[in-house]
Ligand binder design. Sequence first.
Ligand code: UDX
Length: 439
Amino acid sequence: MKLTVIGCGYLGATHAACMAELGHEVLGMDTDRDKILALGAGKAPFFERGLDDLLAKHTADGRLRFTASYAEVASFADLHFLGVGTPQRAGSDAYDLNDLFIAVRSLAPHLHRPAVVVGKSTVPVGTAPRLAAILREEAPAGEQTEVAWNPEFLRESYAVEDTLHPDRLVLGFTSEHTHAERVLRQCFGKIIEAGAPVITTSLATAELVKGSANAFLATKISFINAIAEVCEAAGADVHQLAEALGHDSRIGARGLRAGLGFGGGCLPKDLRGFMARAGELGTDQALGLLREVDAINLRRRERMVDLAREQLDGTVKGKRIAVWGAAFKPGTDDIRDSPALAVATHLHRLGADITVHDPKALDNARKAHPELDYADTAFDAAERADLLLHLTEWPEFTDISPVGLASHVSRTKVVDGRGALDPDRWRQAGWNFRSLGCC
Ligand code: UDX
């Protein structure tokens, strides 16, 4: 099949490359020409495991091309995926849908043939019918345009894997047995044949599935972090507790890692966007729980700052603190709403002398926070440090020998914000070891 993907960030670029991998002819579109040039040369402008290989493979075999032209998009295919970013609106909890609406308004005048436009971006419920109305009114093909919704559940650093082997496909349509359903079932044929469950829904349900999934995941993480607060007060160990809970198949172990909490470009803003839309719909009372989920999550960052202060005899002013981690989680160079950087910048504002190392996210962190110091290795960051904070659980950090590290620091004090370092190993090497969620 021929298809296009409009918006080539983490979501769109991955979707475009994976659709080429499924055998389709794909044209990716983005208004950022630097991004288009990089992608066209087979290189993602961000780090995502396995993506560069797919981009290189399919830009070379001609199945995947990129453009900045809406006219070219419309003439290339009659199936268009929307992967445009929908960030949190400045000064509000709601989504900023500007770029998404601009994209659809820019595409519409070029649609002279019947077309299926499929939203993948995460949006507040009720967005798809508004986009459909724009296409009906502004596209020459008018009533022969159809909007469908196919939310994306990919995790960064597993984006390729999650796109090619999804847990499920959710397909939202205006009515049953539409032309769009036939087209999408054909497009995802290989994935469906491989056994992925398909759930067909209304547009509204499909839009809501994504927000609810992220709200649930966020709730699970904040649940274990609330229990971590109790564990700290009671002298218990939240990591052992989580392991014990996770064996219960009704609960499950995934998403129960206690620590510094969630960040990134999705979970925090989807949680807030979900609440904002519920408020507009007059159902916000049902979501009081989610407000607490957000508050618990942000409290973990404050707790880490307090623990650092405690470890440094009541003040961090003038103290050297090494921060391991800048990415919001391991396996990515994404620093959007990174808990690690939130802690690092807070400590810097309190007068600490911060040096950060991250295996992939240093360039992004340097650009966003030039006020911090950066080191090219984990050892360099720890040089003469009064305190080491482990804030993003890269294997590069968990593998480091605390014995060798001890001679580099001023004081052998470490706080593990991710429950990923082995306490016994660090204590045996002479370190004063603290972990969020443990006494
Ligand atoms: C998430 C959803 O998983 C994905 O389905 C959705 O499409 C986009 O948002 P992502 O942001 O890539 O994906 O990361 P995820 O692996 O879910 O982790 C989110 C955050 O939660 C990270 O900051 C991570 O460190 C944190 N986390 C995750 C925990 O603190 N504990 C856990 O047990 C799991």
